[in-house]
Each structure stands twice: as structure tokens, then as C-alpha cells.
Design a protein around this ligand. Structure first.
Ligand SMILES: Nc1ncnc2c1ncn2[C@@H]1O[C@H](COP(=O)(O)OP(=O)(O)OP(=O)(O)O)[C@@H](O)[C@H]1O
Ligand SMILES: [Mg+2]
Length: 236
């Protein structure tokens, strides 16, 4: 079953059209990457899905066209967005950031259990549970951003540059944890990642965007085997 389908997605900022036809298909429990140069439209694609920029074309989630819904309505359907730059709430503690992630839920026991799950997944956060998010390192803030998204019990996670600014070993830890989430909770994912080597450790397939358009889509194995992908995204 297909969980998310984008067809001919378009989007503009004011008069400037930046998406001109993005197509993408995420199966239930699947993880799909979006590759592309700076400015290609990767972040805008995630914003269109989460309802934070207006879009044209079709955005079908779980069989329903969700284009035009408000961000809170999209979130309520089970789509969680971990934005570029993380978006954690600096003045709140780690624990309160996790509680904010669960703001649509009423099951207090379930929330407490999921906070424990997140702290097991990211032990660094356990040690900083009462610290303000602003006092965390970049890697810890990224872990918190992912954990906060998980607290909403999403069916689909939108991840934007989860490795940005992190040391290679920290980036690997974050991706190991995300892969674990995928395997244990079966959460589907759309993964935007500059570091394609890292992205390919997580995703089954990917689409390549050029100036707001999907120009190539394939399985991870197919893409990794292509010379132009290796040259442009894999450092060789
Ligand atoms: N808020 C905005 N207002 C106007 N133009 C924007 C805005 N955000 C992005 N753009 C423009 O839209 C285009 C696509 O930007 P987007 O952020 O989606 O690219 P990206 O693929 O995520 O790039 P990067 O790899 O640098 O994060 C770019 O030309 C960018 O300058
Ligand atoms: Mg971006």
C-alpha cells in the first residue's frame, strides 16, 4: 500500500515558482530520500506536504488528498515534520519539548512510556532531561528534534537535513537511531539529506530534484550504481 503520493507538486514563494512538478511515492513503512543541490526545492517539498507552504498538484496521504489542509490538520493525520534547523523550543527543558511533541495526545501513560522510549533511543538526552534545549549541543538538539516528532506517534516522518552541522560520528548515531525507529515502530519517512552516503543507509529509494522537478527516481541500489549520482552526491 502507498502511504504518501505526490503527483505534479508545484509551489511558489510569492510570484516565484520553485516547485514545478515533484513526484514521489512512499509505501507503508517505506523510507524515500530526496536528493538535490542547494535550492533545488527539497525543503519546500517537505513544507508543501506539512501544509506550511501552499501547493498545487496532488498530495495524497492514506488515500485522501490533503493538499490545502492547515499544518495542524496535517499533523493530526499523523505527519510529523523535523524541519531544517531543528525547531526545538530553546527556553523549554528537554522533557517539556518532548511533552510539546505529544500535545495532541491525551493518553498520559502512553506519553510517559514514549518519553522513556525516546530517552532509551537517545541516551544523551536522558542526561540532559532538565536542561533547556538551547543549552544542548547541535547533535543533542537534532536528537531532541527527532524525539519530539516521535512523541506525536506519527505514521510519516519528514526529516530535513538531520545530519547538518554534526560531526560524522554524531550524524551516524542520529541515523542509526532513526533506522532503529523505522525498524521497531514501522514509521514511514521522507528523508532530505545532503549527505547521500548517509541517506542511503536509511532509504530504500530516492528521487533527485533539479530546479523544482523530479528528474530521476530509483531504488537506492540503482541510484548508487549510476555514475552521475556517484559524481554529484557520493564523492566519487
Ligand atoms: N521563504 C522563502 N521565500 C522566498 N524564496 C524561498 C523561500 N524559501 C526558499 N526559497 C527559494 O526556493 C528555492 C527552493 O528552496 P528550498 O529551501 O526548497 O531548497 P533546498 O533544496 O531545501 O536547498 P538547501 O539544500 O540549500 O536546503 C530556492 O531558490 C530558494 O531560494
Ligand atoms: Mg533545504
Amino acid at each position: 500500500m502507498t502511504l504518501l503520493e505526490l503527483e505534479g507538486l508545484t509551489a511558489s514563494y510569492g510570484p516565484v515558482q520553485v516547485l514545478e512538478g515533484v513526484s514521489l511515492s512512499v509505501p507503508d513503512n517505506g523510507a524515500v530520500g530526496i536528493l538535490g543541490a542547494n535550492g533545488a526545492g527539497k525543503t519546500t517539498t517537505l513544507r508543501a506536504i506539512s501544509g506550511t507552504v501552499r501547493a498545487g498538484g496532488r498530495i495524497v496521504f492514506d488515500g485522501k488528498d490533503i493538499r490545502g489542509l492547515r499544518p495542524d490538520q496535517v499533523a493530526a493525520l499523523g505527519i510529523a515534520h523535523v524541519p531544517e534547523g531543528r525547531g526545538t523550543l530553546g527556553d523549554l527543558s528537554v522533557r517539556d519539548n518532548l511533552r510539546v511533541g505529544a500535545y495532541l495526545r491525551r493518553d498520559r501513560k502512553g506519553i510517559a512510556a514514549d518519553i522513556d522510549f525516546c530517552l532509551e533511543l537517545f541516551p544523551n538526552l536522558q542526561d540532559r532531561i532538565t536542561s533547556n534545549a538551547s543549552a544542548l549541543s547541535g547533535g543533542e538538539q537534532q536528537m531532541l528534534a527527532v524525539a519530539r516528532a516521535i512523541m506525536s506517534k506519527p505514521r510519516l516522518l519528514l526529516l530535513d537535513e538531520a545530519s547538518l552541522g554534526l560531526a560524522p560520528s554524531t550524524a551516524k548515531n542520529v541515523y542509526d537511531a532513526i533506522r532503529h525507529l523505522r525498524l521497531t515502530l514501522g514509521i514511514a519517512m521522507v528523508v532530505v539529506e545532503q549527505n547521500a552516503n548517509l541517506a542511503f543507509t536509511l532509504v530504500d529509494s530516492a528521487t533527485v530534484l533539479e530546479t523544482g522537478r523530479s528528474v530521476l527516481t530509483g531504488t537506492s541500489a540503482e541510484l548508487k550504481g549510476m555514475d552521475e549520482i556517484r559524481r554529484a552526491y557520493l564523492g566519487g
